[in-house]
Design a protein around this ligand. Structure first.
Ligand SMILES: NC(=O)c1ccc[n+]([C@@H]2O[C@H](COP(=O)([O-])OP(=O)(O)OC[C@H]3O[C@@H](n4cnc5c(N)ncnc54)[C@H](OP(=O)(O)O)[C@@H]3O)[C@@H](O)[C@H]2O)c1
Length: 293
């Protein structure tokens, strides 16, 4: 039986902040299922910051989305029909799949998920790419020690929330930076953050960080970049570690912004600043997954 499906395609490349007109909903007919193919029904799809970069026509670690083709990303789906040996009807899977109600794929890159462990959507969050990003970035680059002061920007996001929870388990003093009071209250009351700064309402972010980090910052997990990161770095300690995870404050910029030169501070305080892409740790994913689950 043939299936028709809705799909969301990129119809033009955004300039600055994406607008509705950059996307289009199309109806297409899927072909008959061939040998070794699987028909999937989408249950959840993940909207991740890195996708903004893929909307540009620029070389990066992931290829640009093509105009007129569906957006691809992390998806949780149910197997409707399978002509592939590894997957059976009704199993729940995850993979890098198109934004479509129904899609046809092969076994390559598709993973079964264990729904007895957690609800399916968790495999796009703490048990998926964001959780693994927090785990490897914080532990392998941040190298936390008991009593370290940790600052996390984008602290209420999918990655930041997991970094915070690992930091507390490691006995660190934890400071988050977020953009609403509601997020700040949740992080303090439910997630054990010691202090949270709302960067949108504070008059002087550099001073606010100095006030809540009287002993300086030992680990900065940087999800956002821009002026927030400049302010954290001015409070950085000797031998601190800066985990360069994301720069979301800059993703919609058309021009490259100017900022203070941070290198003298990093040099004189012997700071390690290291970027990473989660796929660097692919061979160790099972370790991260076991620890997070
Ligand atoms: N290196 C890797 O392999 C890797 C993997 C996954 C993610 N990342 C990066 O990690 C970061 C967080 O990802 P995520 O999945 O946690 O994202 P998310 O759940 O979408 O959360 C992102 C949060 O960033 C904050 N934000 C947005 N624009 C901002 C701005 N201009 N200034 C300050 N904060 C801003 C927003 O929170 P507020 O309302 O609090 O401002 C937003 O909720 C992103 O930069 C992403 O690209 C990197």
């Amino acid at each position: 039986m043939k299936h028709s499906t809705k799909q969301i395609v990129l119809s033009s490349r955004p300039k600055g902040i994406p607008v509705l007109g950059n996307f289009e909903i199309k109806n297409i007919e899927l072909p008959e299922l061939k040998d070794n193919e699987i028909l999937l029904e989408t249950m959840f799809l993940s909207v991740d910051p890195y996708m903004r970069g893929r909307m540009n026509d620029a070389k990066s670690y992931a290829p640009p989305y093509e105009i007129g083709k569906p957006i691809m990303g992390g998806v949780i789906a149910k197997v409707i029909k399978s002509n592939a040996a590894k997957f059976k009807e009704n199993e729940i899977v995850t993979g890098n799949l198109p934004w479509q109600q129904y899609s046809i794929t092969t076994e390559a890159g598709l993973l079964k998920i264990d729904t007895s462990l957690a609800p399916p959507s968790y495999f796009l969050g703490i048990l998926g790419m964001p959780g693994l990003t927090a785990y490897f970035g914080f532990l392998h680059i941040g190298k936390p020690k008991v009593g370290d002061t940790v600052v996390v920007s984008g602290a209420a996001g999918a990655v930041g929330m997991v970094v915070g929870q690992i930091a507390k388990l490691k006995g660190c003093r934890l400071v988050g930076i977020v953009g609403t009071d509601e997020k700040a209250n949740i992080l303090k009351e439910e997630f054990g953050f010691d202090e949270v700064i709302n960067y949108k309402t504070t008059a002087n972010i550099k001073k606010s960080i100095a006030e809540v980090c009287p002993n300086g910052v030992d680990i900065y997990f940087d999800n956002v970049g821009g002026e927030i990161s400049d302010a954290v770095v001015s409070n950085i300690n000797f031998h601190a570690r800066i985990v360069l995870c994301g720069q979301i404050a800059l993703y919609n910029n058309i021009d490259i912004p100017m900022g203070p030169r941070l290198q003298p501070m990093l040099l004189t305080r012997s700071v390690l600043m290291q970027g990473f892409i989660i796929s660097n740790y692919q061979t160790q994913f099972s370790e991260g997954y076991n620890q997070l689950s």
